[in-house]
Design a protein. Structure first.
Length: 436
């Protein structure tokens, strides 16, 4: 089976852009009393909300993830494997590195509390360490639904994708009428599942050859986004802004759906040219390593920000022009370069952890088939617990006040353990699930 290099490129590019986006909009200010604050750049300098159109490319990650999942699930099923084993394998690939991250971050926060660190500072650190968690519960749920999403796609084709989009619009109408409604929250899965299912159409070859359709979707999505922002109630920012009544991501709005469609269509239109370009070995050598460290980059990329804050802001060494001023923007390249150096050092330091995760991954046999009903139920309960606690942390941070809530730590630990626990008398499926 030939590897589709463009898929790896998209996933790597998505992670890099998320990291850069978070770094660019992170503003730190040192007050005269020595405390550090992190003003919300998108709220204080409103024009920066337009930058999210450049950095919000998570639709690309779901598109590429759907491509990988479609091929992996089809081969797993053709090899005699079942849904429970495949879903468990996908969950293991996300939860193992996340558990290692949480297992290091939580004791550090607890140690800070014991040492008498300022509760407000710990709360800010806990928020920074968990701000990226929103993606994980959504991706875990969408991955778990892959067998059914794929079955719907095989039966009804792109009509099933259109149905998901339509249901997301209904969910948004309910959310507008009743903020916080559970029905509105369904948009978290429905909108991102649209991009995921478009990945199915890419993998089976239905979409890449339909260029007139892709151009129509790209143009229609872009026009719909512009109209909903200009004449509708939705903001331009593609991430949440505290000063805006509505958000395009919390839950995903029709404007986000339009952006998903436009972005995915443009990526598919570029696929033939990018595949040709990636045949150049020098370019592929740059892209391929990102796949090995993508999860590490995603989870750990805010740690360099905290390290830089301690090294340069707590010591009063950092220049502090007014946030959003010309001088502040002139220092941004230096800020990014410093964070990159910190991140490279962190990646080196984490190599023993990554090797340990590989050993644990082999020990829990992620490709093992789950046959016993109680094992299936235990795995589902564990996945639900992990999704719930990650959702809580994404909203509140790892330490909302001064330390992580014990019940969230216990819930995540128990849920992850239930997912990782190897099934008794397990049988390894002939086709191992691929990463993605």
């Amino acid at each position: 089976m030939d590897r589709v290099r463009y898929v790896d490129f998209l996933r790597g590019a998505a992670i890099v852009m998320v990291v850069l986006g978070h770094w660019v909009i992170t503003a730190l200010v040192r007050h005269p009393d020595g405390t550090i604050a992190a003003p919300e750049l998108l709220a204080t300098v409103e024009w920066t909300q337009w930058l999210t159109l450049l950095f919000q490319i998570m639709p690309v990650f779901f598109l590429a993830g759907g491509h990988v999942a479609a091929g992996s699930w089809r081969r797993h099923r053709e090899g005699g494997g079942g849904a429970a084993g495949w879903v468990r394998a996908r969950a293991v690939r996300l939860l193992l590195p996340t558990a290692a991250y949480v297992g290091i971050a939580v004791p550090c926060l607890a140690a800070g509390r014991t040492a008498g660190a300022d509760p407000g500072l710990l709360g800010m650190v806990g928020w920074a360490l968990a701000m990226q968690f929103w993606f994980l519960p959504v991706y875990l749920v969408v991955s778990a639904l892959t067998p059914w999403l794929y079955a719907a796609y095989r039966r009804w084709g792109l009509a099933s994708t259109a149905a998901l989009a339509g249901l997301s619009l209904v969910a948004d109408l309910v959310d507008l009428a009743d903020r916080g409604s559970p029905v509105g929250a369904a948009g978290y899965v429905l909108v991102w599942a649209v991009a995921y299912q478009l990945g199915f159409g890419w993998e089976d070859g239905r979409l890449p050859g339909r260029r007139p359709l892709l151009w129509a979707v790209a143009g229609g999505g872009a026009a719909a986004f512009a109209g909903l922002v200009a004449f509708g109630p939705y903001p331009v920012s593609l991430i949440r802004v505290s000063t805006e009544e509505l958000s395009n991501t919390d839950p995903p709005s029709p404007a986000m759906l339009a952006w998903v469609l436009a972005q995915c269509a443009l990526c598919l239109l570029a696929a033939p040219a990018m595949e040709r370009a990636l045949r150049a070995e020098w370019l592929w050598r740059l892209v391929r390593p990102l796949g090995r460290v993508s999860m590490t980059l995603y989870l750990w990329h805010m740690v360099p920000v905290l390290a830089a804050a301690a090294a340069f802001y707590l010591t009063d060494l950092a220049p502090e022009p007014v946030v959003g001023s010309g001088a502040w923007w002139a220092w941004r390249p230096v800020w990014i370069a410093v964070l990159t150096l910190f991140l490279l050092g962190l990646l080196v330091a984490l190599r023993p952890v990554e090797r340990g995760l590989l050993r644990v991954g082999g020990a829990v046999r992620p490709q093992a088939e789950v046959r016993q009903p109680y094992s299936v139920l235990a795995g589902l309960a564990g996945l639900a617990a992990a999704v719930w606690t990650l959702t809580v942390w994404a909203g509140e941070g790892l330490a909302r006040t001064d330390a992580p809530a014990g019940w969230t730590v216990a819930g995540f630990a128990a849920g992850t353990a239930l997912v990782l626990l190897p099934p008794p008398r397990a049988v390894v499926a002939p086709e191992a699930s691929e990463a993605g």
